[in-house]
Design a protein around this ligand. Structure first.
Ligand code: 5GP
Length: 209
């Protein structure tokens, strides 16, 4: 094994250069599962950014852990104060989602990379501000497969499913703007591919640090 930054032990490893990782993909592409696995298995310390949203919490969602659940007025005040790195109205439901700049600081303080699981619109915004960000679009083999997974989840009503499928078709059109497209045809394979993308990015960052 060569002594590259990516496979050095934590004792040998120099300070990890900071990086923003953007992960997008339509509902049903398996983002949530992939994010939890990456938090545990990433070759680089990773902090998942907790987004702010105006949507209501779902059952079992915890404020400050799954999202910062904000009233629309507070979201707007914080947006006006410039506290967001990016924000977007997702799924045209009137619900706003955004990444607080303080989440990047939280990751930096832990010498970790910040993982942003955000929609395509927010991602475009981050790409413009941070051209060095690592961008990954997660997809499944087909829209039919999205539909099957979305229905299997059983958390959404029919009209919400229809709107999310429409959004999925629109989001797929953005896929080629990301540096990497990973097909989640098999969870372990997709995780391995993303870990290898991280290793390569870490090597690249260390070479330029
Ligand atoms: P959900 O309501 O199912 O938790 O999330 C809906 C969508 O909002 C997901 O596609 C997710 O990527 C997106 N999203 C979550 N947080 C953010 C954020 O901070 N910014 C943007 N632009 N989109 C987000």
């Amino acid at each position: 094994m060569t002594n590259s930054p990516a496979n050095a032990t934590s004792a040998q490893r120099p300070e990890t250069p900071f990086c923003i990782v953007v992960l997008s993909g339509p509902s049903g592409s398996g983002k949530t599962t992939i994010v939890s696995r990456l938090e545990a298995e990433s070759p680089v310390p990773l902090v998942k950014s907790v987004s702010a949203t105006t949507r209501a919490p779902r059952k079992h969602e915890v404020d400050g852990q799954d999202y910062y659940f904000l009233a629309p007025e507070e979201f707007e005040q914080r947006r006006a104060r410039g506290e967001f790195l990016e924000y977007a109205e997702v799924f045209r439901t009137g619900c706003w989602y955004g990444t607080l700049k303080s989440e990047l600081d939280r990751a930096r303080k832990q010498s970790a990379w910040a993982l942003l699981e955000i929609d395509v619109e927010g991602a475009q915004n981050v790409m413009q501000q941070y051209p060095d960000a690592l961008t990954i679009f997660l997809t499944t083999p087909s829209v039919d497969e999205f539909e099957r997974r979305l229905r299997a989840r059983g958390t959404e009503e029919e009209h919400v499913i229809q709107r999310r499928l429409e959004t999925a078709r629109r989001e797929l059109e953005f896929a080629n703007r990301y540096q990497h497209q990973v097909v989640n045809d098999n969870l372990d394979r997709a995780i391995a591919e993303i870990k290898s993308i991280f290793d390569n990015k870490l090597r690249e960052c260390c070479e330029h640090a």
